[in-house]
Design a protein around this ligand. Structure first.
Ligand code: NAP
Length: 514
């Protein structure tokens, strides 16, 4: 029998009373650990977090909480080798892909630790300047942000068990809000291990961080008015979460990060030998292959002028042919496996559906995988699809295939390309490739309404940029419409979600004493 991972709830480690769900190695099929939360007293856990954790965090200043995040970083850095081992075993990722998750989480925490050091020692934050409410300055309005007195419940997706926790927990803990995280079941081990290390190190107050692994049943019923809920996952689950009775009854503040059909666009005047063309080729290949394309920000649609469609198809395919797929333990392998056999089946089904309206430009599955048993491993090589008749391929704008799959789409002119990008119904990110700053700026501002982020790549930033799919804590993460309508990160903006904004209307003398 594999080891049963415990839940950290109400300040103590607790095993579920059920048999548990077994987590597997998606490359070898090996059973790794089990998770279970049956019969855990959720009401007690939520009350403990609110009362003990919330109180202790609110007694600290922003600066002290920033230092607490720095201490968490030190603990995670001290244990990082074990995280890579868990990631390779449970997520099937090569070392570089595990780093996106693990180092990405640590980097985001460090960033918020540094922001905390600058936030001062008041129990709340000032929001803008005071505004006059009358003819003179004697009665004014000043907005302030005070930490909410509830818990932050995080329900996370399987693809980022480390970053997905810390990119949310960093701004929550800095704001003074206790965190309860429920990781996605298939990859819950890494989240649980990180929480275990941080709790054991004693660097955060009791009740500030809890982890519940297993079923989501009953979790949302615990939510109360001052709580917040941050969800990352599929649009289908997001719909259930939004309409949950506890959420609607108590007006629980909710942030949703859901799926997204992200785009990359090469401006029409870029020839096949231009730097912008080459930069797009490199990024498209990276986005299709990093974490086997299991990134919410990954490029799913690549827009190119019809004149350059064939050249771009050839260039991307040539680079994809160099990607060795297989066992992530083998150092020659660039791309490991998908996260589970369920994901493998879902992606194969989605791929077949997309093929009904596209042509296959490259199929890496013609090549053998390295050092794996094909009957067991959830390995899938990159596939590049394409269409020169997008008017017959609406599905490419509607269906997210969450794996190493992208579709090349020929456009007639810029209005045509922009209208097709908008057909994605709201995305996390679109990247633009070109060399004319005027065109790039105009296109970026035109696409901003339907994207949380527009990533603009011209030759002068070719070797400096942070990558289409990399979420940087300085920039907003989230997008309108089908991307969930959420907002995360973006520097201090992330703290807004965990604070109550209030207007204090008072005399100048009172406001000076705030
Ligand atoms: P999912 O099936 O929706 O699951 C997400 C989380 O919700 C898991 O923790 C899951 O728990 C939980 N859950 C399932 N049913 C629930 C319910 N009825 N009530 C409450 N919680 C419930 O999504 P996934 O397959 O893990 O993730 C893949 C999707 O996430 C993709 O569509 C991807 O685009 C999206 N994603 C978006 C972002 C972003 O930042 N926008 C980032 C990463 C991924 P169990 O695992 O225990 O079922």
């Amino acid at each position: 029998m594999t080891k049963l991972l415990e839940n950290y709830v109400a300040g103590r480690w607790q095993a579920g009373s059920g048999k548990g769900t077994t987590l597997h190695n998606p490359v070898t099929g090996e059973a790794l650990v089990r998770i279970d939360n049956q019969a855990i007293d959720l009401a007690e856990g939520f009350a403990f977090a609110r009362e003990q954790g919330g109180k202790a965090l609110r007694e600290m200043t922003y600066q002290q909480r920033g230092q607490m995040l720095a201490d968490v970083v030190a603990v995670l850095r001290g244990n990082r080798d074990a995280y890579y081992d868990i990631s390779t075993a449970n997520s099937g990722t090569v070392k570089n892909d595990s780093a996106v998750d693990i180092e990405g989480g640590i980097f985001t925490l460090s960033y918020y630790a540094k922001l905390g050091a600058k936030l001062g020692d008041k129990p709340y934050l000032m929001d803008g300047e005071a505004s006059l409410l009358g003819q003179d300055s004697s009665f004014q309005s000043q907005h302030i942000l005070t930490p909410r007195r509830g818990v932050a419940l995080f329900i996370n997706a399987f693809n980022f068990p480390a970053w997905g926790l810390w990119e949310k927990a960093a701004p929550a803990l800095l704001s003074g809000i206790p965190v309860i995280v429920k990781p996605a079941s298939p990859t819950a081990w890494l989240t649980q291990q990180m929480v275990n290390d941080v709790v054991s190190a004693g660097v955060i107050p009791e009740g500030a961080l809890s982890v519940i692994c297993g079923s989501s049943a009953g979790l949302l019923d615990q939510l109360q008015t001052a709580d917040v809920l941050s969800f990352t996952g599929s649009a289908d689950t997001a719909e259930k979460i939004r309409s949950h009775p506890a959420v609607t009854r108590h007006s629980v503040r909710v942030n949703i990060e859901a799926d997204s059909i992200n785009s990359a666009l090469l401006l029409p005047d870029e020839e096949a030998d231009s730097e912008a063309f080459t930069l797009l080729v490199k990024e498209a290949v990276r986005e299709m292959t990093v974490k086997s394309g299991q990134k919410c920000t990954a490029i799913r649609r690549i827009f190119v002028h019809k004149e350059h469609y064939a050249a771009l198809a050839k260039a991307i395919s040539k680079k994809l042919a160099n990607i060795r797929v297989g066992n992530p333990q083998d150092e020659t392998v660039r791309m490991g496996s998908l996260v589970s056999c369920q994901q493998y089946d879902a992606i194969c089904t989605g791929l077949e559906q997309l093929k009904t309206c596209t042509e296959v430009l490259y199929d890496g599955n013609q090549h053998p995988f390295q050092d794996v048993d094909n009957t067991v491993a959830s390995c899938l090589a990159p596939t590049l699809l394409g269409t020169e008749q997008p008017e017959h391929a609406d599905l490419v704008h509607n269906m997210e295939v969450f794996g190493p799959v992208a579709t090349l789409i020929a456009y007639q002119d810029m209005p045509h390309a922009v209208s097709m990008i908008r057909q994605g119904q709201g995305s996390l990110v679109t990247s633009l490739y070109g060399s004319d700053p005027v065109n790039l700026a105009q296109t970026a501002s035109e696409l901003a309404d339907s994207n949380g982020r527009v990533h603009v790549i011209s030759p002068e930033v070719g070797s400096l940029h942070t990558g289409h799919g990399n979420v940087m804590p300085q920039s907003l993460h989230g997008g309108p419409g089908r991307a969930g309508g959420g907002e995360e990160l973006g520097g201090l903006r992330a703290l807004n979600f965990y604070h109550q904004r209030s207007a204090i209307q008072a005399s100048s003398a009172v406001l000076e004493n705030l």
